[in-house]
Write a protein that binds this ligand. Structure first.
Ligand SMILES: Cc1cc2nc3c(=O)[nH]c(=O)nc-3n(C[C@H](O)[C@H](O)[C@H](O)COP(=O)(O)O)c2cc1C
Length: 177
């Protein structure tokens, strides 16, 4: 299966990117791509003048080509990051809807004690217009995420590892349906 990973945090050391790497390891897909959300800010004038940026059409194709998508979101002020919302908005401007019926798992890594729980709810709402098949759980919410990965990027804690494996098994099963 082809798996696409999407991180709502761009930085190199993002714990959401580390969580995606662990998710990919557990899913064990035939091929894996991590999306690049470093896109221009959505601007209707830019779209009218130059059309949809190539990086956006690439992202839409990656979503369309994936058998399953895993999204890891940080929590910014109790919601998703602007980076992630911007990407969702841009992709919605591409012809067709690559999210339709797509099996999607969502998870979060955040500094706070709730591990990004509110961002996950916000993400579900943001994705509702696109009608993907978002798994209901298990919920993987890594709290104090800066402390939960070792120097090799491995996720610490038996419970987190168990939940992430369950989420990836559920995503694989959903993609196989
Ligand atoms: C603008 C901003 C707002 C934030 N708001 C929250 C928040 O509401 N809840 C929370 O748990 N962490 C919040 N944080 C901390 C992030 O969870 C933390 O930076 C996290 O490590 C980001 O994920 P990353 O490691 O993948 O970059 C915020 C960080 C930033 C930059």
């Amino acid at each position: 299966m082809n798996l696409l990973g999407i991180s709502g945090s761009l930085r190199d050391e993002a714990t959401n990117r580390k969580l995606l790497a662990e998710a990919q390891r557990m899913f064990a897909p035939e091929s894996y791509v991590e999306a690049d959300l470093n896109l221009p800010l959505y601007d209707g004038d830019l779209e009218a003048a130059d059309g949809i940026p190539e990086a956006v059409t690439r992202l839409a194709s990656q979503i369309a080509d994936a058998d399953a998508v895993v999204i890891s979101t940080p929590e910014y002020n109790q919601s998703i990051s602007g980076v992630l919302k911007n990407a969702l908005d841009w992709v919605s401007r591409v012809d067709g809807n690559p999210w339709a019926n797509k099996p999607v798992a969502i998870m979060s890594a955040a500094a706070g004690r709730a591990g990004g729980a509110r961002a996950q709810y916000a993400l579900r709402l943001c994705m509702q217009p696109f009608r993907p098949r978002i798994l209901q759980g298990p919920e993987v919410m890594v709290a104090a995420s800066h402390k939960e990965f070792d120097d090799n990027g491995r996720l610490q804690g038996e419970m987190y590892n168990k939940l992430l494996q369950e989420l990836m098994d559920a995503l694989k099963a959903e993609a196989g349906r």
